[in-house]
Design a protein around this ligand. Structure first.
Ligand code: PLP
Length: 381
């Protein structure tokens, strides 16, 4: 069994989260920002990588297709839906895949719907490629639970060519239910809007919130995912797309080739296949550990910072914290966090709906999380 309580120092390993924190926050901070975790990857992944590194020639790789078949089998075991491996494409990463989808299926000036607060590249994929950003902000209830804004979606869909769905949704913490996805898909289909579903966090859905792959309901949608988040191998890179329609898939594949993002590095297929074939037990242990961290964070915040808004997320390791009751602007929040030595993602990075919020990454040993909460209390006290 993996010991998720083990603290593994990462400073000096070239880690963005740790070594890049001082440049990002202007101080040495405890980094609880960018979405990777402070846990060792599954032993099966470490072992195949060590074996490959021991061979001293690092030429062009082969084996991506076999890795995709392992991915399809994994999806079936984990989510009860098996994409046809013939419908899968390799992509260098999920974000490059999102950007490419915008280029492949829309033209300059076309409307694309996103639902903020949202993982920032969803916004830049639209804005920086000259498409019109159509925002349908999620609605937040008194308990901090986010819902889609159906009225707004219905109003925007006739003006849109594409909808970028984050499922599960970073940073709101929601795992969209089957009925919500069904409704969304029907609305989109009625208007001929292509849904691009980024499901990179899906494997980390907690037990009470089963994830539904969007193309299992609507096969004409585009799914993007990877093993990066859920097996903590994000730095290795590599992702995959699923697109069942032959014509659409050829069009997308052509865009991937044109942008030269249709290949992955030598270590990616090896790591992905090992994760999907032999990382299942590790990931189950991880989900249990993360869910316990999520609840622990909730208990401490309720006791020590009751003014803060926090709803235990439904997946993964990202907490979306509502600091608006402190009555501070985002600059003042950032300054207080910096003085307390804590590095969190500022809410406004996730779009205008993020003002007054921060995102905290609790994918770390409990003792590190507790230090982070201590610092958060100092910042907010
Ligand atoms: C929703 C979402 N999509 C994509 C990514 C990154 O994907 P990749 O590293 O494969 O580009 C992240 C990372 O945080 C994410 O949260």
């Amino acid at each position: 069994m993996t010991d998720f309580d083990r603290v593994i120092p990462r400073r000096g390993t070239g880690a963005l989260k740790w070594d890049g924190a001082a440049a990002r926050f202007g101080e040495e901070v405890l980094p609880m920002w960018v979405a990777d975790m402070d846990f060792a990857a599954p032993e099966a992944v470490q072992a195949v990588l060590a074996e490959r590194v021991a061979h001293p020639i690092y030429g062009y790789p082969w084996g991506g297709t076999a890795a995709l078949a392992a991915g399809a089998n994994w999806m079936e075991r984990r989510h009860g839906w098996r994409p046809d491996p013939a419908h899968m494409l390799l992509v260098s990463g999920v974000v490059p895949g999102l950007f490419a989808a915008v280029r492949a299926f829309t033209e300059t000036g076309d409307g694309i719907i996103v639902m903020p607060p949202i993982y920032p590249p969803f916004l830049s994929a639209v804005r920086e490629q000259g498409r019109e950003l159509l925002m349908a902000p999620l609605q937040r209830d008194r308990n901090g639970r986010y819902e889609m804004d159906w009225e707004r979606l219905e109003a925007l869909l006739p003006r849109a060519r594409m909808l970028l769905l984050c499922s599960p949704h970073n940073p709101s913490g929601r795992v969209w239910g089957r009925a919500e996805l069904q409704h969304l898909g029907e609305l989109a289909r009625r208007q001929g809007v292509l849904v691009v579903s980024d499901e990179i966090h899906a494997d980390l859905a907690y037990a009470e919130y089963p994830h539904t792959p969007f193309p299992s309901l609507f096969p004409d949608s585009l799914l993007l995912s990877s093993a990066g988040k859920s097996f903590n191998i994000a730095g290795i890179g590599g992702a995959f797309a699923v697109l069942a329609d032959d014509r659409q898939r050829h069009r997308y594949a052509a865009e991937l080739r044109r942008s030269q993002i249709h290949e992955i590095n030598l270590f990616a297929p090896i790591a992905m296949a090992a994760a999907w074939e032999r990382g299942g037990a590790w990931q189950e242990g991880l989900r249990t550990y993360l869910a316990a961290n999520a609840h622990h964070l909730g208990q401490r915040l309720a006791a020590e910072l009751p003014a803060l808004g926090y709803r235990v997320p439904e997946f993964g390791y990202l907490a979306w914290l509502d600091l608006r009751a402190l009555g501070l602007d985002d600059g003042a929040i950032a300054q207080r966090l910096r003085h307390a030595g804590l590095g969190l993602n500022p809410g406004p990075d996730f779009g205008p709906a993020g003002a007054g919020f921060v995102r905290l990454n609790f994918g770390a040993p409990r003792i590190v999380l507790d230090e982070g909460i201590d610092r958060l209390c100092r910042a907010c006290g």
